[in-house]
Write a protein that binds this ligand. Structure first.
Ligand code: SF4
Length: 268
């Protein structure tokens, strides 16, 4: 599954990206997917480097545009399993528009967001998912922007499978990714990760191990979260499945339009 000629990888020691990439590969292996029928697309950023290490049909695209490329790939090859690997900035800032419209269309693409709350590759600028009050290269006095809850955004925009996992809870993350890949429609996994080099250092979070323990300590399940007040939930990471719906998938709807066009049944 890996491009050994591209290894060793260039991620920093303790980075969470490799854990998510490993979870994606394990999910694909568990599902026994035909390697030639999987296409993995990424944008730009530390996370998006993952496609360089994977031995599938891969495409490393431009900043924020992975979903636009992936949409074209899926439209032209509806039988392919298309998976997008993207970072929190790549997905929710530069690519925010593509994200909401891919969700709205319910196109059968699985989007896995490597969410480490910061732009790592460009040296630690705050992203739309940097928590309010956190420090970043571009927020030396603390970030004053409110952050997105990506799962709520995805659900509101029309995604039909939405879940969150973390790099601490790997077996669960693999299961969530498996379910997302099997889902017929637009699926989103918010994969909470760590960037020790920038987010960790800027916020004095200690070693990568301490950052992982922090994720462990802050995580609550969807079931537990339902019993907590919004005050009690503040700063917590809610993990598990948020939303699942069976709804018409875009490429199948498009195929029906083509059939109508070929049959000359235009509504005039
Ligand atoms: Fe990972 Fe951060 Fe290093 Fe990028 S800068 S490789 S996200 S630790």
């Amino acid at each position: 599954y890996f491009r050994t000629d591209k290894l060793p990888h260039i991620w920093c020691p303790g980075c969470g990206n490799g854990i998510i990439m490993g979870a994606v590969v394990r999910a694909i292996d568990n599902l026994k997917l035909n390697q030639d029928k999987v296409c993995i697309v990424s944008g730009i950023g530390c996370s998006s480097r993952a496609t360089g290490y994977l031995n599938f049909n891969t495409l490393h695209t431009t900043h924020g545009r992975a979903l636009a490329f992936a949409t074209g790939i899926k439209m032209a090859n509806p039988d392919l399993k298309v998976i997008v690997l993207t970072g929190d900035g790549d997905c929710s800032a530069i690519g925010g528009n593509h994200f909401i419209h891919a969700a709205r269309r319910n196109i059968d693409i699985t989007t896995i967001v490597f969410n480490n709350n910061i732009y790592g590759m460009t040296s630690g600028q705050y992203s739309p998912m940097t928590p309010k009050g956190a420090y970043a290269t571009t927020a030396p006095y603390g970030n004053i922007d409110r952050s997105f809850d990506l799962c709520k955004l995805a659900e509101a925009a029309g995604a039909t499978y939405v879940a969150r996992g973390t790099v601490y809870h790997v077996p669960q993350l693999i299961k969530l990714i498996e379910k997302a890949i099997n889902h017929d429609g637009f699926s989103v996994i918010d994969a909470v990760a760590i960037c020790p080099t920038y987010f960790g250092r800027k916020n004095k979070m200690g070693s990568p191990v301490a950052m992982m323990e922090n994720i462990r300590d802050l995580s609550v399940t969807v079931k537990t979260a339902a019993k907590l007040s919004s005050q009690e939930l503040s700063g917590k990471i809610v993990i598990g499945e948020f939303y699942e719906e069976s709804a018409p998938e875009y490429t199948k709807e498009y195929a029906k339009v083509i059939e109508k066009a070929q049959g000359g049944t235009k509504n005039e």
